[in-house]
Design a protein around this ligand. Sequence first.
Ligand code: HEM
Length: 497
Amino acid sequence: MVWVLIYWLRRSKRKYRYPPGPRGLPVLGNLLQVGNLPWETFTEWGKTYGGLITVKMGMKKWVIVNSPRAMKQLIMDRGALWSDRPQDYVTDNYARGGMGLLFTKLGPKYNLYRQVAWKALSKTAVDAYQPLMDYEASVCMRTLAQLDGASIDPYVTFDECIIRTMITVAIGQIMEPHDPAVQTVVHHHEEMKAEFSFTRRWPDLFPLLSFLSGKHVKRVIAKRDRFEAFWQARINTLKQSIKEGSDVPCFAGMILKDPAAKISEIELIQLLNLIIAASDTTATAMTSLVIILASHPEIQERAAAEIEEVFGTDALPHLDDSVDLPYMSCVLKELLRYRTPNYFGAGHALAKDDTFDFEGQTYSLPKDTFVLTNIHALHMANAKYTNPWQFDPTRHESSAQVPSSTMAKGPFDERDHYAFGTGRRACTGMILAERELLTLAVRMLWAFRIAFATDADGREIKVDPLGAVYESFAHALPCQLHFYKRHEGVDALLQSA
Ligand code: HEM
């Protein structure tokens, strides 16, 4: 044990030079300083230590990419080195040692999964999924209409709607609200968020506690196996409907029917786990949106007026390429900038040792260094956004017509935001995510005026859109909102969808 410790101390002192960062406590490092909103703490530390900082989380050093320049220079331009995923005993077991996309290390398998998934989530594919998304959006709005103005925290309604939409898009089988499958996925997600959270992963931060990991791994494997069986049953049904020619366009169907997609059934099942990346992000974005709209009635009314002008009130809005909603599109771009749903994306790791110059200094980092991209810092500390702490859709007016997912592939400095990450690990589902947000937001604002609930004295119970409840994901704060119907036809038209 002593030799292991000496080896480890020598190795960590060897030749490496880390970027600067705040002093921490012995053993704990900066663990107690990062606070409840770590993205804000890191942004604040950036003012002292610069665009690339090191924080000590227990015995591990994390490097935080904390500025647009660092993001471009390291994650974009040195992406082959800086875009690996960390070796991690929880996710490695969950993803069977490197299947699926989110947790997979760089290499030929990852390239194949990425290629297959991009194709099944391309604009053409998403256009084909639009009717499924329209249907689920109407079901979601019906749930809100049934409240008849009573207040609600809409997170669960949005989350279940997005999970239904993602299952439907994944395997082409329409999910009704009370289908037990929806609760299976919701429950599995809750369980996995807890299993992935740092509060259960002490061995990651303190390797000397690795003897604690055995039970944790067993639990994760049991839950993974149960969930794989859930997908397997649905894939069997899909294969039958493909055989009979009765299938509808869907993610798994596109892959099963694509002769170039040479992946096994278990790999396909692991790919379907991209639902994990899809649901919390999109549901959190929707919840943050309603909090922001309730906080800014003038922005809400301008967006609603634009929607009514385009679609009228006699029929439900349907999106296609001919629809032009520049203001609504600016509101959604600003949502993803101002209250970015996924503050850190997913952890990156260095694929090899790297020596590089940054802001006049030379640093040298070992292979497997854990790297976090602080997307919040890019949005709040970027000179290109004036008054970054203000929610201002008009800042995106000049790019209103260009989807963020298109801009995310263009020149780095011209992007409207970095909410989908950047470089080779950028969000695979960004076209679907943007379309899903637009579909839900347009139907919601067509149908409802949103307002905060009031207290006994008639004062609005306001909620800070930038607040968050953070475990392994930064959820919006709990809130209570009213969804008042905007016109008489809302109920009948939603029922007819
Ligand atoms: C508003 C909604 C969403 C936001 C803000 C978002 C954001 C992100 C971010 C920041 C990353 C990490 C990038 C990195 O590691 O550097 C990511 C990864 C990913 N996202 Fe999304 N996402 C959203 C919705 C979706 C949806 C709907 C899907 C799928 C249908 C999806 C699938 C994925 C996958 C598979 C990855 C991992 C990519 C890889 O490792 O190569 N996301 N997303």
